[in-house]
Design a protein. Sequence first.
Length: 131
Amino acid sequence: MEAFHVETQVGEADELRRKWDVLHTDVPLIIRYSEYRDIVQPLIEYIESAERTFKPGDSKMITVLLPQFVVNKWWEVFLHSQTNLSIASALIKEESGNIVVSVLPFALKNAPVPPRSTLTPEPPVLSAMKP
């Protein structure tokens, strides 16, 4: 298991590194810098580099967990979920068949957690799977 973050401005991930160190976890934090604020391409490149270690016939899967922010107002969804949609869409289009995209609801401070049925639907993960 690894945690991956794309830094879009130099120094922006410094606070994340400090918080990660406080956790004292065995999960490594991988940070890649993206000069043009592109989050999707560095993630895909990182996943592809991991897939290169797979041997032919391996049944290994890469699971990407994307946070879905639970917000107070219905219109706030449009402020917080666009990046997830871009990432999920790009990963589902990958032809490897080894990528599973899962969405993990994450409540913003003071946001009530709605019933599961009111959360935005998860991306169609199964459509990316190859037989």
